[in-house]
Design a protein around this ligand. Structure first.
Ligand code: SF4
Length: 237
């Protein structure tokens, strides 16, 4: 437990990707990440620094952005940075426990490198990354299998896809995990990569949709709506 949180920013926006696309949320973006994805679009969250916020200030800010009954927004996304990094996770856990008691729906972004039971037991939904070759990072498939054992129906697998190599990798991972499950896996979501300074990558998007159709529709292909609306360089939207 910790009474401080390493915060990059807290802002209200509509979720732009994954299975909750289109859902308004308050995003609590934690500061600090050492995972090093090559195509990370929030590198300003990497640095670990001492600018922690008292937990009470974080909660106050969430409430100031959530509005009032009957229009109060009670959905929070814990994101980063890496909210599961050992230096950050104690603050993430403290915050999640308070928000849970207050009746918020909590989702968390997990980079696919750790399962933290103490924290995952508290939150409502886990966005668990499968890191693809273009990220330069690897997700042990054993962690995804663990998620199916421990948190069935409470998580999605999200993979950023830059090219066919990434797609093939994701499909092999899906087949491997599926082979150990009794029911059809329907919670895998592919995000076509949309790099900073890039024009909308329509060809890449279409290629991934076509590949998915050719491979039995194993995945849901969902783009990053916030980047279509605000451009790929805008942050906190
Ligand atoms: S885990 Fe997230 S914040 Fe960290 S490098 Fe990867 S994409 Fe960026």
């Amino acid at each position: 437990m910790s009474d401080t949180c390493a915060i990059h920013s807290i802002y209200r926006a509509t979720e732009g990707e994954g299975l909750f696309i289109g859902t308004p949320q308050i995003f609590v973006r934690f500061q600090g990440c050492n995972i090093g994805c090559v195509n990370c679009d929030s590198k300003d969250t990497w640095e670990f620094n001492d600018k922690s916020w008292p937990l009470s200030q974080v909660i106050e800010e969430i409430y100031s952005q959530s509005g009032h009954y009957p229009h109060q927004l009670k959905r929070v996304s814990l994101t980063g940075g890496d909210p599961l990094h050992p230096k950050i996770a104690p603050g993430t856990l403290s915050l999640a426990r308070v928000l849970k008691k207050e009746g918020f729906f909590i989702s968390i972004e997990a980079a696919g490198t750790r399962v933290i039971n103490e924290l995952f037991d508290v939150v409502d939904f886990i966005n668990f990354d499968l890191k693809t070759p273009s990220t330069g990072v690897r997700t042990p498939l054993s962690l995804i299998e663990k998620m199916y054992e421990q948190y069935p129906n409470r998580f999605q697998v999200k993979a950023v896809i830059a090219d066919k190599r990434d797609f093939d990798y994701a499909f092999e991972a899906y087949k491997s995990v599926q082979s150990k499950q009794e029911t059809l896996l329907t919670n895998w979501c592919l995000t076509p990569c949309y790099e900073k300074d890039e024009k909308f990558p329509k060809e890449r998007f279409l290629e991934i949709i076509n590949l998915n159709e050719q491979h039995g529709g194993a995945f849901r292909v969902i783009g990053q709506q916030h980047k279509w609306l605000h451009g790929p360089n805008e942050t906190n939207v």
